[in-house]
Design a protein around this ligand. Structure first.
Ligand code: GDP
Length: 195
């Protein structure tokens, strides 16, 4: 699947802009700077692919990428910026809610968590939203190259404990490093299996 390549399709700001739900879809969420663009780039093998979502002004778009002929990869805007004006935040939350509750072809959400920090309060909104929308989500720890094994085990325990409180959580956690390549093959296999 990943050998077939990924292409940017479009950035979406309203429900009527969504591409037809004719492919299996996975989405990626995470707080700003968690390493989401780097991970999507590592997965797709395309360095500059996920980048638009980071540039100011495009932060509220849901970015769609085609993956081969059969899948969409969806890059949700990074959250946790304190400086966004309230109407913008509210509009975005409405769109996110509509997207997550109305997208029948959405197979799984991957929620990215910095391997050094574990799940923080800033992540709770999206986790509750995924529960409410009954979208199965899987935690993906990022920047695994930045932690020692002892710290890693502590964070894994914290994440496992938190996930146990979320009905939509898939229990298996993926540990990744976009830098070193850890977990990339594993994540590709998971996505390919969600056809
Ligand atoms: P985004 O805002 O979630 O899209 O985050 P980016 O992908 O832009 O990454 C934020 C910062 O973390 C950048 O400086 C990246 O170089 C760095 N980063 C991302 N992934 C990794 C990783 O696996 N290992 C390390 N050491 N740094 C990473």
């Amino acid at each position: 699947l990943f050998a077939r390549g990924a292409e940017f399709l479009k950035g979406v700001v309203a429900m009527d802009g969504l591409p037809p739900g004719d492919r299996a879809e996975v989405c990626f969420a995470g707080r700003s700077n968690v390493g989401k663009s780097s991970l999507i780039n590592a997965l797709t093998g395309r360095k500059g692919l996920a980048r638009a979502s980071n540039t100011p002004g495009r932060t509220q778009e849901i970015n769609f990428f085609t993956l081969g002929e059969s899948h969409y990869i969806v890059d949700l805007p990074g959250y946790g910026y304190a400086n966004a004006p309230l109407p913008v935040v509210e509009k975005w939350q409405r769109l996110l809610k509509q997207y997550l509750s109305g997208r029948a072809n959405l197979r799984r959400a991957f929620v990215l968590i910095d391997a050094r920090h574990g799940i923080k309060s800033v992540d709770e909104d999206i986790l509750s939203r995924l529960d409410q929308s009954a979208v199965t989500f899987q935690a993906v720890l990022t920047k695994a190259d930045k932690i020692k094994p002892s710290e890693r085990d502590k964070v894994l325990d914290q994440v496992r404990t938190k996930l146990a409180t979320h009905p939509a959580a898939y229990p298996e956690i993926v540990l990744t490093s976009a830098e070193k390549g850890d977990g990339i093959t594993e994540l590709r296999t998971i996505i390919a299996g969600l056809g």
